[in-house]
Design a protein around this ligand. Structure first.
Ligand SMILES: Nc1ncnc2c1ncn2[C@@H]1O[C@H](COP(=O)(O)OP(=O)(O)OP(=O)(O)O)[C@@H](O)[C@H]1O
Ligand SMILES: Cc1ncc(C[n+]2csc(CCOP(=O)(O)O)c2C)c(N)n1
Ligand SMILES: [Mg+2]
Length: 323
């Protein structure tokens, strides 16, 4: 029996696995490169000659989101965004996505379908097709996404920064962390920060543009700016110095800082979940429009590769780690 024949408050246990899968996959439109989409043992995709760029990320209820804080459609959008952003950070564009869902049996079917709607809408922003996935039962809601894409020029790695490069940022940073702090204290405003936490807005066009402009290294900021800049510093064997004067602190973050007695710069330097791009360029004039120069790349000294803030070690929170 199709999911549409069940009452609107039906749970997964009511409708069963295969009607759920049919209802979910019906929400995923297929692009022309999809030779075989959802429904067989694997998807079959046409690719240009060359390479495929692939990435995978997990989202776990309670750790990455809370159902009482984030509507299902926004969880879907965020699950897609954090994966699409990894392809963006290589200078590529995603074409195909698979999504594994481990779901509690008492989850309303409506939640799963709203999730899929948000997921599909976010993928549609870059023209990516949801070509498959998996569904299983679990006490804890877990979302596993794999994304495939390609680059029209060489992929931009974390390892290419050299001393003398400028460091630039594209996209909002610190907003989601501000929203998370607000929700964590039981508040619902400033609305714009809560919305930023619920739904990331990665600058999807900026990755390929930066690659074409000759970005020497690039990463998306998912854990925290200082922590993720640290991956570039480490992989490139350089020091990245961030300049706090370069960051304009948006008014709502200033308000949250005052309300919570926190320095709003902490959200910018240590907050995650926004997925802006951080990249290095050989010359300031290579930096594309829409990016802000926020620092410089220096040769590693006796202390080795690391991130400094205004020339000194940074003692505040640098970003999220799981263990
Ligand atoms: N279980 C694993 N097996 C193999 N490789 C892994 C595993 N976990 C992480 N990696 C690899 O290690 C690298 C760093 O992983 P990490 O998850 O920190 O990067 P990311 O996905 O860009 O960041 P984030 O998860 O914060 O968005 C990636 O190349 C990733 O593919
Ligand atoms: C309820 C709740 N508490 C805390 C956070 C913050 N958070 C969790 S994981 C992560 C880094 C990216 O994850 P990963 O490295 O797994 O991709 C961040 C910034 C959140 N989003 N929701
Ligand atoms: Mg990851």
């Amino acid at each position: 029996m199709p999911v549409s024949s069940f009452p609107s408050d039906a749970t997964l246990a009511d409708v069963g696995e295969f009607p759920l899968i049919s209802a979910l996959t019906a929400l995923f439109e297929q692009g022309e490169h999809v030779l075989v989409g959802p429904g067989d043992d694997a998807a079959v995709l046409r690719i240009r000659n060359g390479h495929v760029v692939v990435s995978t990320d997990l989202m776990v209820e309670g750790r990455h989101f809370r159902r009482d804080w984030v509507p299902a459609e926004d969880v879907g959008a965020r699950a897609a965004a954090q994966n699409l952003s990894d392809i963006n950070a290589m200078g590529g564009t995603a074409s195909s996505v698979t999504v594994g869902l481990a779901l509690p049996a008492d989850l309303p079917v409506k939640w799963a379908l709203d999730f899929a709607r948000g997921f599909a809408a976010e993928c549609a922003k870059v023209g990516a097709s949801v070509v498959g996935g998996d569904v299983t039962r679990s006490e804890t809601l877990v979302i596993a996404v794999t994304v495939l894409g390609g680059c029209t020029v060489s992929p931009v790695l974390r390892s290419g920064a050299t001393a003398g490069d400028v460091v630039a940022l594209c996209g909002r940073q610190g907003w989601a962390a501000g929203g998370l702090a607000v929700l964590g204290r039981g508040f619902r405003s400033p609305r714009v920060l809560v919305e930023a936490y619920r739904r990331a807005d990665p600058p999807y066009d900026a990755g390929p543009v930066a690659a074409k402009a000759g970005a020497t290294s690039m990463i998306d900021v998912s854990d925290g700016l200082v922590a993720d800049a640290g991956h570039v510093a480490e992989d490139s064997g350089v020091v990245i110095d961030l300049r706090t004067g370069a960051f304009e602190i948006p008014e709502p973050l200033q308000a949250v800082g005052s309300a919570l007695g926190a320095d709003p710069l902490q959200f910018v330097l240590g907050g995650g979940d926004d997925h802006p791009l951080l990249a290095t360029f050989t010359r300031a004039k290579d930096v594309p429009a829409g990016w802000t120069v926020v620092g410089s790349v220096l040769a590693a000294g006796d202390d080795g590769p690391r991130v400094t803030v205004d020339g000194a070690a940074y003692e505040g929170p640098v970003g999220w780690t799981h263990f």
